[in-house]
Design a protein. Sequence first.
Lengths: 749, 160
Amino acid sequence: MKSRIFAVAVPVAAAAATLALTFSAPLHAQAARAKSVPQPRPISAPGGTAPVMTGLVRGNAPGEWRYWGSDAFSTRYSPLDQINASNFNTLQMAWQWNAGTFGPDEYYRTTPLYANGRLFTVATTRRSVMAIDPETGETLWMYRLEEGIRWQKAPRQFAGRGPTYWTDGREERVIVVTPGYHMVSLDAKTGRPDPRFGTNGVVDLQEGLGFPMVPLAVDDSGSLVISDAAPARKAKPGETWDAVKKVGADGTVGIDPVNGQIAASSPAIMVNDMIVVGNSSIHGYYPIRLRNIPGFVRGFDVRTGRQIWKFNLVPQPGEFGAESWERGSKIGTEGVGKNDAWATYSADPELGMVYIPVGMPLMDEYGGHRPGNNLFGNSLVALDARTGKRKWHFQMVHHDIWDYDTPMSPNLIDITVNGTRRKAITQSTKQGWLYTFDRATGEPIWPIVETPVLQSDIPDEKTSPTQPIPSRPAPYSQQGLVESDIIDYTPAIRDSALAMAKKCRMGSYFIPAVTADGTSRSGLRCSWYAPGASGGVNIDGGAAVDPETGMIYVASLSGLSTIGLQKDPCSEFRYSSPRDNCGLIGALTPPAGYVTPAARGGGFEGRSNASVLGGVSILKPKELGGITAYDMNAGDKKWWIPNGGFVPVKSTDPLFASVTLPPRAAGGQAQLMVTKTLVIYGTGRGGGVPNAKPQLFAVDKATGRQVGAVEIPSRTTAVPMTFLHKGKQYVVFATGAGGSTSLVAMRLP
Amino acid sequence: MSAAVRFVAPIALVVFAYAELSAVPASPRPATPTAPPAAVDTVRTTMDGVYTAAQATKGADVFAAFCRSCHTPTVHTGGPFRAKWFGRPLDELFGYLRREMPKNEPGSMSDDEYALALAYLLRMNGMPAGAESLAADSAALHRIRLDSVRADPSTQSPRR
């Protein structure tokens, strides 16, 4: 399993490793490059620019932001208070760093890091790494790995959520996991690859997983289609590269694509000197193939890039949890794939533990090919960061068919519960609940009760009889749809809304999908789906915690959509949400005479937002979604605010003529962090009051009262961060998509 | 390389059939009974310059922000897309997007964002920009036909 074949050259990658572009490299950087084999260094390094190692708090230096979530605990907390309620509205843009000049992206989902006087970020579909002068926004250096067709067919072609920073007090590294699944360790001062790490600074992460490595080729110049169509393939002997048409074999080596796809979009996390890195797999929306590469978590030595351990997120035969796959869990078995931990991770450096939020098994909406609970899908898994041994785990959704991947790093927080100080960990989720544990033992802080749930009536789908429901705290998103949720401003409104509600399967939570053609037992063509596949909490939002007070602030969606499944005739899966992959490269041939359905039965099946009556949601307005603050010492909700404000609701429908309609909360995933006194947030790429000017908001963290709002060039697209540089506090956030991505820095005048 | 260059796929390269947008949409469901939709009294087609170049450029960014994680641009321009949508009033495609997209959070974009994405879809399909903005207005969109020919054949330029 373990591969040490770092000598295997990856021609494209290795060649490109020398292409680190250096803009105005500081002169002292050259001198700082030691020639000897690196050893653990004393903390008091000579010179005025040594990075802080003493007084680290949760792995972070005071006033810095060394981890994606500020610190190893993923608190997204900063003790800074220069920017506060009295001056927030005077914030000005210090600079705007244009990432779009380096290339296009999806939406810019990166949170940069600040360490020892520099800002580090990733950008573009190539996930280039840059160091930026925090005061001026000048690019200090840039590094980009040319990955050939490993990039061309990468399942996650975007900048991703950020880089990783490490220092021992003398050496400093910035580590990136690329779209083509290489890991590169760069000198933080110069951007040059560390020659002692892997091969010329690069570790091929596709090595060491137990899959055969082969020369790769492509038949088309396009990217991988989201359904896993148009993949790369094993090259034929003697096959060459057509650089104009971008087809053929370019010398790139990788996992044989018959096994499936592998990628990454989140940074690795440092736990002391161990780099802990996972992967993402193919998207589970509309997959074609029943077998794919599952999730793994691995530990690598930060100085050498040597793989130290590997943990299988689909337990292999003989390993703990393998019996939760009733038809077998061996890689290559029908139904085995995903369970990828694609989110950011958290760690407790003192306990030496790393906490892995795990995604769901293959595929998103139908589990008939994989009966069983499917460990470690939808679990929070605590590993010993030195050995990769499992310390504890908790599965939050058994046999997921709702796309409830765990989307965000858990937040570590010390709280006082019933008079006892607890080292806790709380996981925010798509399904709208916080799951809270003792982070040393995994014992729930409040009971999490296995509760009977609705069962699927789709052929061969064996849903779990129960799901674990936290007794505390209360959820932050709408749960399912029951009669008491329906608007009842007048009897006529209630009748109409209830009639609409009853068109789809209703229930308290975890409502299984029905078939979109109405042939499953209920005869219905849709099920209510809340939270939906975007949460709850999802990749854009998530929680921040305040280590001083034990508060948690959760940014989430609260929506209501529908789901119904049908057979994609060109996929190996028996069911998926409505779609056909017919005609795509790698899809099955449709049955003779098959015609793409002319209609989907009225637009009310499949996934739809058809929960609106005359322009009014059939759901009663509730204090859900937006930003919810909980006191985690008690497990109580403290306050709630919408994401950026309220939106008037008007209807021209005569049904509502006599009613004054309450406003609705603005939608979208807020993107928040917490400081000494404030919760600072942006509305996210699709959030806030429609047509309002994009703003950055500040609320009093104790009360939720808005204390400031400043206009920004465009809406935030990732969680903001803050730091102190040359005595000034900055707030930096990513914004934009496509060709207009940038980082924006705000500071006081 | 600009986003525009990156995302505009030459139609000649289109090899994929595509299903997601190939289904014929149903009319938006009215809350209370209304008259059936009037016959298509289209006065223009999408070859008549019904969106601005600036809208399509912004639409490319909207596409990158909300659509590209599931949809590669090439799959919106193939034969199945033409077969399903050409000849239909544009409000049907607009309504489909607004009701069912993005898949993970249907209806979550603003009306303006749906209109920008629609402008970009039109540009992707080789339809020309013009002086007039595409409005996020179903009634106005109902009077535009999605098509590869201009409304008035006498003004039709020679087709390649």
